[in-house]
Design a protein around this ligand. Structure first.
Ligand code: ATP
Length: 309
């Protein structure tokens, strides 16, 4: 297998805080790989180590076969990193920002116009090339940050929550660009809090408290979900979750948009569960069995107490 990124037995602490606790993962070349996990899971720490800004306490990490602690400049040359708060220059125009990052990454002068033209084609920012970066919308700023990250033609992209806080249309456009980059052979590791984005990845790892709890294609993680999921379209009932959790067979009760998801043992049937919940709550209950969503898998993994630590 041709891996663009490998992480083996990697740990990193900040003083007494163990941010990453012995993780192992591999990202095959040309994949769009998602890292999903709640705040503080260790995603940023892992990404900063991959791009050589932090040193691991233990473990081996490679980018395109190059060790990130021993071949720092090679790794930097082949990597594009977009941190959570990417520093664009607000008083420079879109075009000047691109020129600045081209200089910073040592892109040969004669290649800059062609690189810019290609990035304008991707980002569709050409109509705004003279606008000051500080006056772009949130979505356009993220596209410009991505373009600056791409100016030196990296083969591996590390993107830390690139669309957090960006409007849904711009998020969709941003992911279209990621798919185009992938089609051109770029390997992308991206962290995201959005399950709709995680679903667009070829592979994902769910990270929590410094560990990887599950990895695979989104479809395989959903298929492996061991519980039955029922939707209850009465949000007010979430206040009575403790009474529902006391019903035998019920595993979890979770608010989901305008419904409540109740998970239960796989052999539980809707009519029996509705009857048992109705008896416990002293009122009629209507529910439907639904297919698990990636969010069900995520919540189950992250919120179920673990006994292995
Ligand atoms: P977020 O999306 O909030 O950045 P994350 O999954 O990226 O979350 P990290 O930022 O890697 O997680 O943080 C992992 C743990 O390490 C957290 O407990 C965090 O508080 C801690 N941490 C991160 N950076 C530092 C630092 N510079 N000094 C001390 N603790 C830190």
């Amino acid at each position: 297998m041709d891996n663009a990124i490998t992480i083996e037995g990697y740990s990193k602490s900040y003083g007494a805080i163990k941010a990453v606790d012995g993780i192992t993962l591999a990202v095959e070349r040309g994949t769009l790989y998602g890292l999903i996990g709640p705040d503080g899971a260790g995603k940023t720490t892992t990404m900063r180590t991959l791009v050589t800004l932090l040193r691991p306490d233990a473990g081996t990490l490679t980018m395109a076969g190059h060790d990130v602690t021993k071949e720092v400049s090679v790794v930097r040359g082949i990597t594009g990193y977009m941190p959570q708060r990417f520093s664009l220059y607000p008083d420079l125009s879109v075009d000047q920002n691109l020129s600045f990052f081209a200089d910073l990454f040592g892109v040969p002068k004669h290649e800059v116009p062609a690189r810019k033209e290609r990035l304008y084609r991707f980002s569709r920012l050409d109509a705004f090339s003279n606008r000051l970066a500080g006056r772009l919308s949130g979505g356009m700023k993220q596209k410009l940050a991505l373009s600056c990250t791409l100016i030196h033609d990296p083969e591996i992209l590390i993107l830390d929550e690139p669309t957090t806080g960006v409007d849904p249309v711009s998020r969709t456009e941003f992911w279209e660009i990621l798919r185009e980059l992938k089609a051109q052979g770029v390997t992308i590791l991206v962290s995201t809090p959005y399950m709709d984005e995680a679903l667009q990845c070829d592979q994902v790892s769910v990270m929590h408290a410094g560990r990887i709890l599950a990895s695979g294609t989104p479809a395989s993680l959903i298929a492996a979900f061991p519980l039955a999921v029922f939707a209850l379209y009465d949000r007010d009932l979430v206040l009575r979750a403790p009474e529902m959790l006391a019903v035998p067979g019920v595993h979890s009760v979770q608010a989901f948009g305008d419904s409540i998801h109740v998970t239960a043992a796989p052999d539980v049937v809707a009519s029996a569960l509705a009857g048992a919940l109705a008896a416990a709550l002293g009122r009629e209950v209507t529910l439907t069995r639904i297919a698990p969503a990636l969010e069900d898998v995520f919540i189950e993994l992250v919120e179920t107490p673990r006994h292995d630590s």
